[in-house]
Ligand binder design. Structure first.
Ligand SMILES: [Ca+2]
Ligand SMILES: [Ca+2]
Length: 332
């Protein structure tokens, strides 16, 4: 068990490392030999990494399914193709964490199911990727709508997805499979404030083809971080680290940090062992990450604005800002 003090010390060191890197690379950069502080307090050198400051045109270029080869963002869901004009995904110069721009994410008509999600992902090799570190800064405006003003029911928003496995394969008993590890925010009616929530799932993984989900009961999939109120009107950072044990799928772990500089940094830190591989990596690797008919599979991570909870009363527009994204992976 790590004490809060030592966690803060680690975060401080991590912030120092990041600050130095930002001085060297104030905008966008592909980095080799990138270093970050691991959960155990040691430096990890990433085999591949990049950071995006949303200062350049290519920072905003996203592949959609059926296409690829973008520098940073390989995919988003098909929804923007299906619902043109439903989103804002654009440079912003008024609410900025560093440099001159951030990215504004806006859902303009989130009452419609297809128009309430922006998911911006980079793909990874499922057979080689052992560790992923991801971090980015979020700004949720003051006055952000967290609950239905008429009914009092809360909304939820996914923000940070370090692990997204998806597979479409009609040859299997369970043709669509998904596993994810992600962090978001939700209105908690008991504490009467928005809180962070950690999700493992939703699960539809059937590696033995018996038509039944392989693991996790529904109540195991979702944890509200009740004491970790979500900051609004200021920048905060979500960081996470996933270890994928490719030999023993139950041997992985996921860590999350929520860093709020105003509220004295570390809001939450979890380093419990958990399963971080859902779909058999061989199965993901056997299919292309780009859709060919009904066949597709990928492992990816990235930032999101995915809103839900109710069909009516969603904020419109629903907007947040993101800046200074970093991701690194190790192949060992
Ligand atoms: Ca920036
Ligand atoms: Ca099964």
């Amino acid at each position: 068990m790590t004490s809060p003090l030592s966690v803060q010390t680690k975060i401080s060191l991590s912030v120092l490392v990041l600050s130095v890197l930002l001085l060297i690379n104030p905008t966008t950069a592909l980095l080799n030999g990138e270093a970050r502080m691991s959960s155990s307090g040691t430096i990890i050198y990433w085999d591949y990494s990049f950071q995006v400051g949303f200062e350049n045109t290519e920072d905003f270029m996203v592949g959609v399914e059926h296409s690829g080869n973008y520098t940073y963002w390989d995919r988003e869901q098909w929804f923007r193709d299906q619902y043109p004009g439903a989103y804002r995904f654009e440079p912003n110069t008024t609410i900025v964490h560093s440099g001159e721009q951030s990215i504004r994410l806006g859902l303009l008509h989130p009452n419609s199911d297809g128009e309430r999600r922006i998911q911006t992902y980079h793909d990874w090799d499922p057979l080689e990727t052992v560790q992923i570190w991801q971090e980015e800064w979020f700004y949720i405006p003051a006055g952000f709508l967290w609950k239905n003003p008429s009914t009092g029911e809360g909304f939820w928003y996914n923000l940070h997805t370090i692990l997204s496995e998806r597979m479409w394969n009609p040859d299997l008993v369970t043709s669509y499979q998904e596993y994810a590890v992600k962090l978001g925010a939700i209105w908690n009616q008991y504490s009467n404030k928005p809180v962070f929530c950690l999700t493992q799932g939703p699960v539809s993984v059937d590696n033995n083809d018996d038509g039944m989900d392989d693991f996790f009961s529904p109540e195991d999939q979702y944890f509200e971080l009740g004491s970790a109120g979500v900051p609004t009107g200021r920048w905060f950072r979500i960081m996470s680290h996933v270890y994928r044990d490719l030999q023993n799928w139950d041997g992985g772990y996921a860590e999350f940090w929520i860093e709020d500089p105003v509220a004295n940094r570390t809001v939450y830190h979890m380093e419990n062992p958990c399963r971080t591989i859902g779909i058999n990596p061989q199965r993901i690797g056997s299919l292309t990450p780009w859709r060919q008919g009904e066949y597709m599979a990928y492992l990816a991570s990235g930032f999101t604005l995915y809103a839900g909870g109710l069909s009516d009363g969603m904020p419109s527009p629903c907007e947040i800002y993101v800046d200074d994204f970093f991701v690194g992976v190790r192949y060992s």
